[in-house]
Design a protein around this ligand. Structure first.
Ligand SMILES: Cc1cc2nc3c(=O)[nH]c(=O)nc-3n(C[C@H](O)[C@H](O)[C@H](O)COP(=O)(O)OP(=O)(O)OC[C@H]3O[C@@H](n4cnc5c(N)ncnc54)[C@H](O)[C@@H]3O)c2cc1C
Length: 399
């Protein structure tokens, strides 16, 4: 049997894209290596930062993204656990409020400045002794695994197929694409790589160079304890984007094909989010080490005990009541690109192989981009999708 498209990867990117393609009547096979998701989507906060568009393109996509999320459970006929949830960002006494506010100046939705008392009224678990003020933004969240499952089930109802298998490599010939797994080879007209942080490695096995990178993200899952967060709490100065920019310059690109390079010092973005069932995830440490592995014990520079302590210490300053709750430390790898925008579309030399990966802000951007991509699949891409082509890093047009 031959498919129109094989999607590799069943995280939020592959699941959303598989659904949107199937909705267009395209015959889709989605191949995911794990029956229970193990990648970045499993450990994600699921936050929808729809205020965070800083260009016309990202503002358009953020507006489309939140509009889709607001009706997505209904459309997919399965709960994504979407809810509007305020984002609170406590500002410590030694932080400069005006400098922090300047970091938000480019966004269409501006944060409200709260006194510590006002912040604590909104989030009673906040510690306010060492807080100068807080910023508040309208935000939203989904349960990322449930959203992915909802997309996947809806894809199957639209005629798509799912297969659990690990893809070894992708081969292209004049008539189509072969996707080779240990047990079977699948055939299609085109293949879409949605393998998250593994996309670059998978394409390398097919002789294709993709300028995509990844960070290790460390966080802790706290099972339900009876404590209730009323907001999402994050540090106001997100350091992850700086870390990504530092580690993904054109000069450093070749290190990503080798192991054991740490390309920027690790950072902590302290934060906490709670899901419908009461589970809380706190995090997150990000680090850019070029070794890609499922066996995190083999990373000599990551000590799980130290990492857990650093995360708990960071969260304790904001939310002392939850910082020492029992929990499970987790680590995964998260893809990103050089300009914080995803890589979407054909690889020039092999147009049958396309990518949909490298999102820095995927929960808000994936739904609209999957829809736009699928609606023009096989014809001229729309201007937004064309702008996100992976070719932008090959032609010197980097933005
Ligand atoms: C702690 C944490 C908090 C986060 N919070 C947010 C947030 O609030 N908002 C936000 O927008 N983003 C957030 N993110 C980032 C976001 O979760 C990820 O960027 C996103 O989930 C990536 O989705 P993906 O589908 O690209 O990758 P993944 O979820 O990693 O999925 C890729 C899939 O491909 C499969 N795969 C790979 N190779 C193969 C192969 N060879 N064969 C078969 N299958 C394969 C993998 O098994 C995996 O399931 C967070 C991430 C973390 C870790």
């Amino acid at each position: 049997m031959s498919y129109d498209v094989i999607v590799i990867g069943g995280g939020i990117t592959g699941a959303a894209l598989g659904y949107e393609l199937a909705k267009q009547g395209i015959q889709v096979l989605l191949i995911e290596q794990y029956s229970n998701l193990q990648g970045a989507t499993r450990q994600s906060y699921g936050g929808i930062a729809y205020w965070a568009g800083d260009t016309e393109l990202t503002q358009t996509l953020c507006a489309e993204g939140i509009a889709i999320h607001r009706q997505l459970s209904q459309e997919l006929d399965s709960p994504t656990e979407f809810r509007e949830m305020e984002l609170l960002m406590p500002i410590a006494l030694d932080q400069d409020l005006s400098q922090l506010l300047a970091g938000y100046a480019g966004f269409p939705i501006q944060p409200t400045v709260l006194t510590p008392q006002e912040a604590q009224e909104r989030e009673p678990l906040l510690a306010i002794e060492s807080m100068a003020a807080a910023l508040a933004l309208p935000h939203a969240q989904v349960h990322p695994v449930k959203a992915s499952q909802a997309y996947r089930s809806a894809m199957v109802r639209r005629g798509g197929t799912c297969q659990v298998a690990q893809v070894d490599r992708v081969e292209v010939d004049g008539t189509g694409v072969s996707v080779v797994t240990a047990g079977e080879t699948f055939h299609a007209d085109k293949v879409l790589i949605c393998a998250g942080s593994l996309s670059r490695q998978l394409l390398r096995q097919s002789g294709i160079h993709l300028q995509q990178y990844f960070s290790y993200a460390e966080s802790i899952e706290l099972p339900p304890s009876g404590l209730q967060l009323r907001t999402i709490v994050m540090a106001p100065d997100i350091k992850r984007f700086g870390l990504e920019a530092q580690a993904s310059t054109a000069e450093l690109d070749h290190f990503w094909d080798e192991a054991d390079h740490q390309l920027s010092p690790p950072i902590l973005d302290a934060g906490a989010i709670q899901f419908f069932d009461g589970t809380i995830r706190i995090g997150q440490i990000s680090r850019t080490i070029t070794t890609i592995t499922d066996s995190f014990d083999s990373l000599p520079s990551v000590d799980a005990g130290d990492s857990e302590q650093i995360i708990r210490d960071g969260v304790r300053k904001m939310l002392p009541a939850i910082a020492d709750l029992p929990g499970t430390w987790d680590v995964c790898t998260v893809a990103f690109s050089r300009d914080h925008l995803p890589l979407i579309g054909p690889i020039a030399e092999t147009p049958r192989i396309q990518v949909f990966s490298g999102f820095s802000n995927p929960l808000v951007l994936v739904p609209p981009l999957a829809r736009r991509f699928a609606q023009t699949f096989g014809s001229q891409p729309d201007a937004v999708v064309a702008h996100l082509s992976p070719q932008r890093f090959r032609s010197g047009k980097e933005n």
